[in-house]
Write a protein that binds this ligand. Structure first.
Ligand code: BES
Ligand code: MN
Ligand code: MN
Length: 462
């Protein structure tokens, strides 16, 4: 532990500068305008892995963006840790809300990060957290303390649904064989209280299109006489929740796993301040499904949210028009036992049935994935908990997260191994938002904690 700390102290400036270089490349997977940058980022990751000590690295071509694979096999009889992460990032818009440009990383202090945080798109999700693993490998190789085999699989399409990764995993089961999968792409409670993510929600993401008249119409000449697609879409969306904020799609809750009173009481022990939560978001009150508290609404309960809605005239001034079409992007976060393809079908059937005769509705599924829950008595969980306990001075608390990493359920199915989610981000790090950042404290703590996971995982595997 002392050796780990002193290595990190000695090299921390370089660790920070290397991450800053990686953050300068705008690897936005959702927007083809950035495709060369995404590919350049893959190459930068590959180079960093060989520099850190992988004996073998490879750019694996896929139908989409490349997957970077790296490995260091020291003894086939020892356990193998497979590290997964993603080098792609979310689009940075709205640009005008960033206090510094998203791909020109700078270090600034915040109330929560008095020692400074790196501000850039991808700082926390997931370049910063992925790069902690590259630097932890360097540390273990340089100090001759790597206790087992390690494989890296870093992809470039996580933020758009990981389609190529699913393709790759199905075709490379032998190559990816491992004893545990380790991912840092989630968060923890606070810098004083580490937590280990034991659950992720599933996801069904769809786009809907409502079409009325065959062209945009004068809203005076036609208003009141034909269905206005935007009015109709708003009404259809509003009807998807009832007065208790339950989702009204028939069958939606049929397979939802209900937690026992004991499990809910256990969850309620995690530190949480509703006042702080409201203050941080500047809202007068929270809002959600009746019968559940905030920490349940955003983790163990399924949800339906509009992520974007458009149509008609949105330019300067006023234009009197009834648009021919209206659109929305809708996500449903799912919980264990809900099947995303089944939910997508239930949504499509119900949403289409809501339309009055004057419009037609088209539902296009985007992507989805199953939820995930992992037990806390596995060797991997115990090793992670020991590692956090050592570097933070307090044990980690198990927490089910509301976010999704759909590929984790697929890993379990295809590779038959458990995933340990060792996140070091904070909810306030603004992932997917303007001014995303990652605390220097968190980055360096991650690099310190990861080698201890390896150590305890190998010890507990004996
Ligand atoms: N790293 C996030 C997921 C996450 C963040 C899980 C924090 C738990 C805590 C990941 O990059 C992400 O954004 N996933 C998407 C889903 C994906 C299919 C686009 C999400 O959750 O919206
Ligand atoms: Mn991520
Ligand atoms: Mn993300």
């Amino acid at each position: 532990m002392e050796n780990i700390k002193s290595y990190v102290q000695q090299h921390k400036d370089r660790f920070i500068n290397e991450l800053i270089e990686l953050l300068k490349i705008p690897s936005v997977s959702a927007d083809t305008a950035y495709s060369q940058d995404v590919i350049d980022t893959a190459e930068a990751v590959k180079e960093s892995l060989s520099k850190a000590g992988c004996d073998y690295v490879e750019t694996c071509d896929t139908p989409g963006y490349p997957i970077i694979y790296g490995e260091k096999i020291i003894d086939p009889n020892l356990p193998t840790v497979l590290v997964y992460g993603h080098y792609d990032v979310q689009p940075p818009d709205p640009l005008e809300l960033w206090t510094s440009p998203p791909f020109e990383p700078v270090i600034k202090t915040t109330d929560i990060h008095p020692e400074g945080a790196i501000f850039a798109r991808g700082a926390c999700d997931d370049k910063g957290q992925m790069y902690m693993h590259v630097k932890a490998l360097e540390l273990m190789v340089q100090s001759n303390t790597l206790p087992c085999n390690v494989k890296f699989m870093i992809e470039g399409e996580e933020e758009v649904g990981s389609a190529s990764l699913a393709w790759f995993v199905e075709r490379n089961q032998e190559k990816l064989k491992n004893d545990v999968i380790l991912i840092s792409d989630t968060g923890m409670i606070s810098n004083q209280q580490p937590s280990i993510t034991t659950g992720l929600r599933g996801l069904s993401y769809v786009e809907v299109e409502v079409t009325g008249p065959n062209r945009d119409l004068h809203s005076g000449l036609y208003g009141g006489a034909v269905a206005n697609p935007i009015n109709i879409l708003a009404k259809m969306i509003a009807s998807l929740h009832d007065e208790n904020n339950h989702i009204t799609i028939p069958g939606f809750y049929d397979k939802v796993e209900e937690l026992s009173a004991e499990e809910r009481a256990e969850m309620a022990k995690a530190p949480f301040s509703l006042e702080k939560y409201k203050n941080a978001l500047n809202i007068a009150d929270v809002y959600g499904e009746k019968g559940y508290v905030t920490n349940e609404r955003n983790s163990i309960r399924p949800t339906l949210d509009v992520n974007g809605i458009w149509g008609g005239y949105t330019g300067e001034g006023a234009k009197t028009v009834i648009a021919s079409k209206a659109f929305a992007k809708i996500s449903m976060r799912l919980v264990p036992n809900q099947d995303w393809e089944e939910i997508t079908e239930l949504f499509t059937k119900h949403f289409t049935s809501l339309a009055p005769a004057g419009v037609t509705v088209k539902v296009t599924p985007h992507h989805g994935g199953q939820g995930y829950v992992t037990p806390i008595d596995s060797i991997g969980y115990q090793a992670a908990n020991k590692a956090y306990t050592e570097t933070f001075g307090v044990p980690a608390i198990p927490v089910r997260s509301g976010g999704s990493i759909p590929i984790v359920a697929l890993f379990e199915k295809e590779l038959k191994s458990k995933t340990i989610l060792m996140g070091f981000g904070l909810d306030s790090d603004a992932i997917h938002s303007p001014n995303e950042h990652f605390g220097i404290f968190n980055y360096l703590k991650g690099i310190e904690t990861i080698p201890l996971f390896y150590k305890y995982f190998v010890e507990l595997s004996k």
